[in-house]
Design a protein around this ligand. Structure first.
Ligand SMILES: [Zn+2]
Length: 249
């Protein structure tokens, strides 16, 4: 299985120590990730360090170097308790919100990025949650890709290409065929987790690919049964995580 990397919650005031430590690892193995940039961040939890003054210029440098940028929502504010079509979580900036409001949020975020000279047609929904209206709104706003969903290859749904994420971090290293994305939230990462990536890239360099390579893989048609299986898997994973937290506490 080929593995691409995505890094969520990219803001000017993110945890730069962790971000740069991971970047050094990815640079060493020539692995260029996808980064999800929050266009108009209003989420206090994402304010971790002093803001980097040259943030937007720095993003453009990364892009020139082969990194890929996605729009990570708009304000990163969870206003509903809905899981939508991919219920990994029961909170969302989009699922359960009217189509008009979703379009307004998505186009506001897109405009904010464009004002900084960044254009992208890849969307990364905060909390992994979205609904049918999100997919409509994304198409209307000119997006082509969504980084989320489960599967072993990019697939097409509602006129968008979905780039699946990994359900099991260690399992995808054992799988032989297909493509997936490992999701990184660098803000809260422990040094041991960063070390895990360093070890995996050193041990399996042939498995890791740059995100641009994943984007070039054509999306397969997805059946309604495939969509249902994905929904059940996401809901099951949410319940499992909840139970694990319950037993640990
Ligand atoms: Zn996020």
């Amino acid at each position: 299985m080929k593995i691409a990397i995505r890094m969520d919650d990219i803001t000017a005031d993110m945890n730069w120590d962790n971000f740069l430590a991971l970047k050094a690892v990815f640079d060493k193995y020539h692995c260029r990730p996808l980064i999800g940039v929050v266009p108009d961040n209003q989420d206090e939890n994402l304010r971790v360090a002093a803001p980097r003054e040259d943030f937007w210029e720095y993003l453009k440098e990364l892009e020139k170097d082969g990194w890929v940028i996605a729009q990570h929502g708009c304000k990163h504010q969870y206003t509903t308790k809905k899981g939508g079509l991919f219920p990994l979580n029961r909170f969302s900036e989009y699922a359960g919100v009217s189509l008009e409001e979703q379009k307004r949020l998505i186009s506001h975020g897109k405009k904010k990025l464009e004002e900084k000279g960044i254009t992208t047609d890849i969307f990364m929904p905060p909390g992994h949650t979205f609904d049918k209206n999100t997919l409509k709104a994304l198409k209307d706003c000119g997006f082509s890709f969504l980084t989320d969903g489960f599967g072993k290859k990019p697939y097409c749904r509602e006129g968008l290409t979905f780039l699946p994420v990994s359900a099991r971090k260690k399992g995808c290293l054992r799988d032989k065929k297909g493509y997936t994305t490992l999701v990184i939230h660098a803000n809260a990462m422990k040094p041991s987790e960063i070390l895990w990536y360093e070890r995996m890239l050193a041990e399996y360099p042939e498995k890791f690919i740059s995100y641009r390579e994943l984007l070039a893989v054509p999306g397969e048609k997805r059946s309604p049964a495939g969509n249902l299986a994905e929904y059940i898997q996401a809901a099951g994973k949410r319940i499992l995580v909840k139970l694990m937290l319950l037993f640990r506490s």
